[in-house]
Structure formats: structure tokens, C-alpha cells
Design a protein around this ligand. Structure first.
Ligand code: G6P
Length: 603
């Protein structure tokens, strides 16, 4: 949830640390701070607010030194206050730590440390680590050993970095189930919760595994196992992303940039090695059952894929929200679990995968973020290659995931002989054309959608209606609107409306209908019935449809022809743009909606 960064080098680190913090702000943004070590003293500056604000307010530019750590926070333990912001320090101020995740047993540790005379100044679990390190260090006089001992005692999911005033040339960092990556630069070495933290300085990375710590200096790094203290060999990878990709590239917001990157993201998804797609289809074909899991947007990607697996391959692969998966689904060696995650770090999805693994299931993940925990924990991984996604709202990652899942469903269909070849080819061709269709939506519709947003922006209640494949798209479009505008919006199955929710519909409700193309006749007819029901109750009817002759809606967005099964995908793009323009109209921050974090790495 939070973002950690650290640098040790030969030049002043403050400016670079600031840029690392900005790059990681997407992970949390209620407060931030920096600790720089110079002349045997650690100077800590921190406060609540966005990184750029705090940088000014706390005059970070005054900090100077060749080693430092930084943090942007998304509060979990303790409110967003200056005292709770990171870095946290030991009683004597000679140790500073930043941390991401949760130290599960922080309360007994804190009680123990208070009893030993330590004074706490925050409500955070993190501060325990600063005092624990101090306590250990006073006892043994060896900082590395203190780090190891602290890791032995801490339970939970965490990644941390620690500075010691007695060690002006190295910092220490460790992880257990939270991401931490080392960046190897020319004149400095880095750490970050994500590669984007330091990507403008280096593309060379080494990944820390669970229960490992690293000692990082300007000349190198050493990784050791926290239980044994034994050095661990680690390969250095070179990542393909460049810094420019991770920046806004001329768009006013990452959200808009990433919406526009979808044609490329779809192309990348289509270019994923066929063998990888086949391997997943094989696993699913051999399993008694495959569950599709994800959270938020990725759950809706799973839900849409559930329809595709049924429709294209005749396979029932239930989509389950990762957080409920262990409560709901029994798994064994004959089960496969396919997780979908942009970040590869979502706590609930990781936990669901670990639960599946413990029960012998085969685990697969479709992941976007390079080097993330999920990529290293599952049995088989497909990297989406959609490029860095920084806006909290997931857009290009989702449509790319759907493309990958559709490819898997088509591959599975071949194994099961579920569809005639001609139909399979039609869907494959439709998939190949999708990038062009999405491109034309992005070229032609935004001005139009923006004007609609201006006309309907005063509605405070929204419904998104869809049936069949269009239901997951309706749920996702509603999620987009509520995430970024804070307006109550519900996605609903057209058929469910009459069983209660229709009583909500009146003149004050905006109803967005995701119509199927007319050639999907039965579905078109039943969705049309829902439209009539809601129209007769006075709802403001907004149609996202494919029929230029349609005239039943108050507002409409007409999309180009697309294969009927793939029609939800351009509709998703319209939903993204509508949410974006509504956010602009209502003066919301499109990239950083209140109280949300891009990657939810806590329970
Ligand atoms: C958070 C984000 C959502 C995202 C979900 C899953 O809730 O706010 O936008 O869809 O996590 O994230 P993942 O990285 O696993 O796709």
C-alpha cells in the first residue's frame, strides 16, 4: 500500500529520492517523508499531504547527503498524521525506518519494548521496528545481526528499509510478502517497492525474496537469508520498460494516458507467446475445475472471462472475488486457480493463491507488473506486457487481461472441440480487430462523451445495466464511476432489476445501458425490455450501443461494429472515458481518488 524507496550513491540523493517518491505516489498518498544521513546524523522530514506539497512544506531540498530512504504512505495503522508518517526513528534518533505492509504482532512487541524503556511517538506498527532495531543493536553492537533478529521476531507482511547513523555507507532492507526490488545503477544503488520508483536511473534490477534482507552500498548489494544469515546468489535482470513509458507522455493525467494506451496494450496481449496460452489451456483442460480470481477490476475481468469460458469452450470456470475465495471454494490437487492481477501484489489475491497452493492446487497468474510477488509464487505466469499502469483506476491492464483470457478460452475450446472452426476463427479475427476498434472509439468518441458528461453530470444516482457478457462490463463501468467521482453507482443485471432495484429508478436517476449488438437478437431483445421498464419510470436513459438506428435513449454513444461476443470491450472503454470526464467536470483527482490505493497489499 505504501511506497518505499532508498538510494545510496556518490552524489547528493535528495533530488532523486524525491523523484522516486513521486513515482511511487500511486501506492499511497496521505503523507510522506524522507530520511537522509550526513555527518553521522539522520535528518528526518515528513508530514501529511501529497509528495510535492510535503516537499515544499518541509523544505526537503535542504536535506543533503549520499544515502537516504523515503516513503509515501497510505494509512493502515494510525490515522494520517505527521507523527504517523514515515520514516520512524529510534529513541536516540540514530536509526530510521520506512515500512510497507503490516507487522501483525506489533502490539506484543510494542508492549515489550515499552516495558524495556522505549518511548513511542506514533500509533503505527512501523515504529516497533525502529525501536526493535535499537534494542537489538544496543544488545549486540552489530546492526546486521539486529536486522536479522528483528525479522525473526516480526510476523506479517512487510518490506522495510533501515538507516543507521553508525553505517553511513550502507542501508539495510528486508521483505516478507511485500514487494522490494533493488536497482543497480552506475553511480548509485536503489531500492523501491516497484521498479517505476527508480526506472529513470537504472533498468538493472535484483529481486529480494521473502524472508531475505539486503545490505546495499554504492558499490553493490548482498542478499542474505534472514533465518540462516547465509548469502543468497541473485541474478541481475534488465527490465524492458523505460522511464518515459512510466510518465504521463503529454496527457494531463495518467488515467487518460492509460486509456489511450489500450490499442498498444491489446496488441501486446495478442503477441504473448502462443505456447504460454497453450500451457494454461492445458492446465485448465486437465483440471477438474478452474477458479478465476481477482479483486475489484480484475474480479470483473474474471467475471467476463467466465462467460467466455462457458460460451467458447463449454467450461464452467467460476469467477470468485479473491477475498472470499478461501471462505467459499474448496480446492485440491485436481483444481486449478487462475489469478488476475495488474500489480501482482494484491494481498487478497496472494492469500487466495497461497491457500490454493497449500491444498495442492495448480496456480496460474496473469500479471502486469514485472518482478511482483505473484510472478514468483505461482506455478505458471503469463506477463501481460501492458506497460506500467500508474493511475489508481485500472484501464489498459483490464482490457489486456480480457484479451489474454479470451485467447485462453479459444485455446481451451480447441482442446474440447466446443465450437466449429469457423466460429472459432470469427472470434479470433474479432480479437485481432479489437485494437483498431478501440483506437477508433478513442479517436472519435471522447468529445461526444465529454459533452454527454456535461449534460448528465448533475445526476447523483447512477445505474449501469447489462445482461450476459455485458453484465461484467456494466459492473466495471459503475466501479469506474464510483471510484473516481464518489457518486453512488451500481452495476446490475438487466434481469435482476425487476426483483427490487427498479424501485430506485425515477427522474433523478441516470441509467446507462450496455446494449448488445442487434445481431445478438435474443440478448438485444431482453436488454431492450429492461430499457423500456426503466424508461417508463422516468430514468435518464444513456445507451452505449451498436445500432445507428436506435432512438430510445436520451443520450447515446454509438460504437463501431465488433464481434458480438467482444462487444463489451469497446463499451468498457466508453465507461472509462465517461468516468474520466465526469471526474474532470466534478473537479476530482482522476489519478488519485480519495482513500484508494493502486495496489492493496494489506488485508
Ligand atoms: C485495488 C485497486 C483496483 C484494482 C484492485 C486489484 O482495489 O483500487 O483498481 O482493480 O486493487 O488490483 P490488482 O493489482 O490485483 O489488479
Amino acid at each position: 500500500m505504501c511506497g518505499i524507496s532508498g538510494i545510496v550513491g556518490s552524489a547528493d540523493v535528495t533530488k532523486r529520492l524525491y523523484s522516486c517518491m513521486l513515482n511511487l505516489e500511486y501506492r499511497g498518498y496521505d503523507s510522506c517523508g524522507m530520511a537522509v544521513l550526513a555527518d553521522g546524523q539522520i535528518d528526518v522530514r515528513k508530514n501529511i499531504g501529497r509528495v510535492a506539497e510535503v516537499f515544499e512544506k518541509e523544505r526537503f531540498a535542504e536535506l543533503s547527503g549520499t544515502i537516504g530512504i523515503a516513503h509515501s504512505r497510505w494509512a493502515t495503522h494510525g490515522n494520517p498524521t505527521k507523527a504517523n508518517s514515515h520514516p520512524h526513528t529510534s529513541c536516540d534518533g540514530r536509526i530510521a525506518v520506512v515500512h510497507n505492509g503490516i507487522i501483525g504482532n506489533y502490539q506484543p512487541l510494542k508492549d515489550e519494548l515499552i516495558a524495556a524503556g522505549h518511548k513511542f511517538t506514533s500509533e503505527t506498527d512501523t515504529e516497533v521496528l525502529a525501536h526493535l532495531l535499537e534494542h537489538n543493536y544496543k544488545a549486540c553492537g552489530n546492526f546486521e545481526r539486529s536486522v536479522r533478529e528483528a525479522m525473526e521476531r516480526m510476523e506479517g507482511t512487510y518490506a522495510f528499509a533501515a538507516l543507521s547513523a553508525d553505517h553511513p555507507d550502507t542501508f539495510f532492507c528486508g521483505r516478507n510478502r511485500s514487494p522490494l526490488i533493488i536497482g543497480i545503477g552506475k553511480d548509485a544503488n536503489f531500492i523501491g517497492s516497484d521498479i517505476v520508483a527508480f526506472i529513470e536511473y537504472t533498468k538493472k534490477v535484483a529481486y529480494l525474496n521473502d524472508n531475505e534482507y539486503a545490505i546495499v552500498s554504492k558499490d553493490g548489494f548482498e542478499i542474505k537469508n534472514a533465518s540462516t544469515g547465509k548469502p543468497q546468489a541473485r541474478a541481475i535482470d534488465t527490465v524492458a520498460w523505460d522511464a518515459e513509458q512510466a510518465k504521463k507522455g503529454g496527457y494531463p493525467h495518467f488515467l487518460l494516458k492509460e486509456i489511450y494506451e489500450q490499442p498498444n496494450a491489446l496488441r501486446e496481449a495478442l503477441e504473448i507467446d502462443e505456447k504460454k496460452i497453450e500451457a494454461v489451456a492445458d492446465i485448465m483442460n486437465e483440471a477438474d475445475r478452474t477458479y478465476l480470481i481477482g479483486c475489484g477490476t480484475t474480479f470483473y475481468a474474471a467475471l467476463l472471462a467466465q462467460y467466455y469460458f462457458k460460451e467458447f469452450a463449454g467450461v464452467y470456470a467460476p469467477a470468485v472475488s479473491s477475498d472470499e475465495f478461501p471462505n467459499l471454494c474448496g480446492v485440491d490437487e485436481r483444481t486449478a486457480v487462475l489469478a488476475i492481477s495488474q500489480s501482482g501484489e494484491t494481498f487478497d489475491t496472494l492469500e487466495a493463491l497461497r491457500y490454493a497452493k497449500r491444498h495442492g492446487a495448480k496456480t496460474i497468474a496473469i500479471v502486469n507488473a514485472l518482478g511482483s510477488s505473484m510472478t514468483r509464487e505461482v506455478d505458471f505466469v503469463i506477463m501481460q506486457g501492458a506497460g506500467p499502469e500508474k493511475s489508481v483506476l485500472s484501464t489498459k491492464a483490464m482490457t489486456s487481461q480480457i484479451t489474454v483470457l479470451t485467447r485462453i478460452a479459444l485455446e481451451l475450446s480447441k482442446r474440447r472441440g466446443a465450437l466449429p472452426k469457423t466460429e472459432l476463427n470469427e472470434i479470433s479475427d474479432g480479437l485481432l480487430e479489437l485494437g483498431t476498434i478501440v483506437r477508433s472509439v478513442l479517436d472519435e468518441q471522447p468529445g461526444f462523451i465529454r459533452r454527454i458528461a456535461n449534460r448528465v453530470g448533475h445526476f447523483n444516482k447512477w445505474l449501469y445495466i447489462g445482461r450476459s457478457y455485458h453484465l461484467p462490463a456494466a459492473l466495471e463501468a459503475a466501479l469506474k464511476l464510483k471510484e473516481v467521482t464518489y457518486i453512488p453507482a451500481e452495476g446490475m443485471a438487466g434481469g435482476f432489476m425487476k426483483h427490487g432495484p427498479i424501485s430506485l429508478v425515477d427522474e433523478e436517476m441516470a441509467v446507462v445501458v450496455l446494449m448488445p449488438p442487434p445481431e445478438n437478437e435474443a440478448l438485444h431483445r431482453s436488454t431492450f425490455n429492461s430499457v423500456s421498464e426503466m424508461r417508463s419510470r422516468g430514468g435518464k436513459m444513456i445507451g452505449i450501443h451498436f445500432d445507428p438506428w436506435e432512438s430510445v435513449f436520451d443520450e447515446q454513444i454509438v460504437l463501431p461494429k465488433v464481434h458480438k461476443a467482444l462487444a463489451p470491450i469497446p463499451q468498457l472503454v466508453v465507461g472509462q472515458l465517461l468516468a474520466y470526464f465526469m471526474a474532470i467536470l466534478l473537479k476530482r483527482d482522476p489519478d488519485n481518488p480519495r482513500g484508494l490505493a493502486k495496489s492493496v497489499t494489506v488485508e
